[in-house]
Design a protein around this ligand. Structure first.
Ligand code: UD1
Ligand code: CA
Length: 453
């Protein structure tokens, strides 16, 4: 089965320079979700119909095996499918999806595919309390579908029908080609309606089935920012429910945002307002405090991440304590039992087992050994304005507070740097290195006094 995704509509109601189908849902363009649903079906060819501005969509999706068709001008949904047909197999089934209906589930689509069989038509329909705006499913006395009528063309009796067309359907490619060649645009909107193929299928005696989605939100579209936000909440609710089902403790399932893939071990606890992006993996017994943002991170078992931490492209070992207010940037790799405290920034650094940097520190481009203690206010001066240089700190070193390590530089095993050191040459192992002006006291010095007037 091939899939056509309709995405040529302008989406003016988004009031955005970004095409509608690229508007993000859970961090991904809406269209990416639809393409994902098609791929989950093991679809053959997948063709996206784009209109004006389609190049932006094409560049953003950039999946080499996607096919593209340009519909310009947009003469209706029937015309849109007709534009895609030359790209699809001549035989076999075709499924039509909408680029702005992103939450449709693969399970629902599988049932739609099954209902159509190898040569029938299947329509995805839904029954709504308020069917306003949708095409209505018109059935005969025996309950068989006879046609779809658009609201603007419907009689009062037809408008009273609550079963509506979601727009998604499956039909045989060869028949579609024939039917789309026969439909006209003599209707209220002057458009070529894809929905007009239904009456032709009935006339040709082609078997026609209808399927309802598992959940009503699956077939909701997003034409405005408000509708997009509603879909976002629906999706996040589903993801939160799945996490809890898998045993994750969410302090408030309404206050978590998963914008990629979050995989959790046993007894993971996540406090409120955390955002997970990309691929995040949390080991057993991991606890994430409130207001953390994690993107492409692996966290070892037993690690605790305190509130307001921001972590990106990092590998965190077991039993670490991170934050509050820690920033771990790309290339951070922490061993076991590492502590990274408040207002500490780490970038492109390895910290060995048991290393600690608890307060107000910048570690960039450094190798920090096991059990190293980095005092408050320590800075690796890794950048000379042109090049980045590495700092090596060997096992068991002790870095006094307010130290600057001017890279490239090495601190030997077990070395101690006195507080306030500006290290420009290697510090030998096992010894105390100090760089500071000698402290003096000026005898007899007096503070200036204000003259009495
Ligand atoms: C369409 C259906 C209607 C259904 C409704 C569900 C037709 C004639 N009507 O109505 O029965 O209840 O969807 O939302 O099919 N598009 C193109 N090219 C075009 C026109 C549309 O690619 O020339 C795309 C749009 O980008 C959108 C989808 O097709 O993704 C549906 O278009 P839209 O205008 O929203 O459909 P409606 O007319 O509301
Ligand atoms: Ca329309």
């Amino acid at each position: 089965m091939d899939v056509v995704i309709l995405a040529a509509g302008k989406g003016t109601r988004m009031r955005s320079a970004l095409p509608k189908v690229l508007q993000p849902l859970a961090g991904q363009p809406m269209l990416t979700h639809v393409v994902g649903a098609a791929r989950a079906l093991d679809a053959g060819r997948v063709c996206v119909v784009v209109g004006h501005g389609g190049d932006v969509v094409r560049t953003r999706l950039a999946q080499p095996d996607l096919l593209w068709a340009v519909q310009e001008p947009q003469l209706g949904t029937g015309h849109a499918v007709a534009v895609a047909l030359p790209q699809l197999c001549e035989a076999g089934q075709v499924m039509v999806l909408y680029g702005d209906v992103p939450l449709v589930g693969a399970e629902t689509l599988r049932r739609l595919q099954a209902a159509a069989g190898s040569d029938g038509v299947a329509l995805l329909t839904v029954t709504l309390d308020d069917p306003g705006g949708y095409g209505r499913i018109v059935r005969n006395a025996a309950g068989a579908v006879v046609r779809i009528v658009e609201e603007k063309d419907a009689s009062a009796a037809e408008r009273a029908v609550c079963e509506v067309n979601t727009g998604m359907l499956v039909a045989p490619a060869a028949r579609l080609r024939d039917w789309l060649g026969r439909i006209g645009n003599d209707n209220a909107q002057g458009e070529y309606y894809l929905t007009d193929i239904v009456a032709l299928a009935v006339a040709d005696g082609v078997p026609l089935a209808t399927v309802e989605p598992a959940a009503a939100w699956e077939v909701l579209g997003a034409n405005s920012k408000a509708q997009l936000a509603a879909l976002e909440r629906a999706l996040q609710q589903v993801r939160a429910a799945a996490l809890m089902e898998a045993g994750v403790t969410l302090i408030d399932p309404a206050r978590i945002d998963v914008r990629g893939q979050l995989v959790c071990g046993r007894d993971v606890e996540i406090d409120v307002n955390c955002v997970f992006e990309g691929a995040v993996e949390l080991g057993d017994d991991v606890r994430i405090g409130a207001q953390c943002v994690l993107r492409d991170v692996r966290v070892g078992p037993g690690t605790r991440i305190a509130p307001f931490s921001h972590i990106e492209q990092a590998e965190i070992g077991p039993d670490c304590v991170i934050g509050p207010y820690a920033r771990l940037r790309p290339g951070t790799a922490l061993g076991e039992g590492v502590h990274v405290g408040n207002f500490v920034e780490v970038k492109n650094c390895r910290l060995g087992d048991g290393a600690k940097a608890n307060h107000l520190t910048y570690l960039g481009d450094a190798d920090v050994g096991r059990r190293v203690n980095v005092g408050a206010g320590t800075i690796t001066c890794n950048y000379d304005g042109v090049n980045k240089h590495r700092t090596m700190i060997e096992d068991d070193a002790f870095i006094g507070s307010d130290t600057q390590l001017v890279a490239p530089v090495r601190v030997g095993r077990g070395a101690t740097l006195a507080a306030g050191t500006t290290l420009t040459k290697d510090a030998p192992p096992g010894q105390l290195t100090v760089s500071r002006a000698k402290q003096i006291t000026v005898p007899g010095w007096k503070r200036p006094e204000r003259k009495q007037s």
